[in-house]
Design a binder for this molecule. Structure first.
Ligand SMILES: [Zn+2]
Length: 71
């Protein structure tokens, strides 16, 4: 099932985290960016990494994927 994903924008810490829309741990609307519609959190994280250089996945909403995807 495809889901919408967003990414947090935290320029101060340069820490970006991928969330599904609806995750209660995602930041408020001013601190997140719409990422797109993906069939898995891996795809969303790959897109986020391509756009922003690094991203990690929310451990609460991204299906148990907790590894950092820092390249
Ligand atoms: Zn989340």
């Amino acid at each position: 099932m495809k889901k919408h994903y967003s990414i947090s924008k935290d320029s101060q810490r340069n820490h970006r985290e991928v969330h599904t829309m609806g995750c209660k741990y995602q930041p408020d609307i001013y601190h997140r960016e719409y990422l797109g519609f993906f069939s898995s959190s891996d795809e969303a994280a790959a897109e986020a990494t391509q756009k922003h250089g690094q991203a990690c996945m929310c451990k609460y909403c991204c299906s148990g994927q907790v590894e950092d995807l820092q390249l």
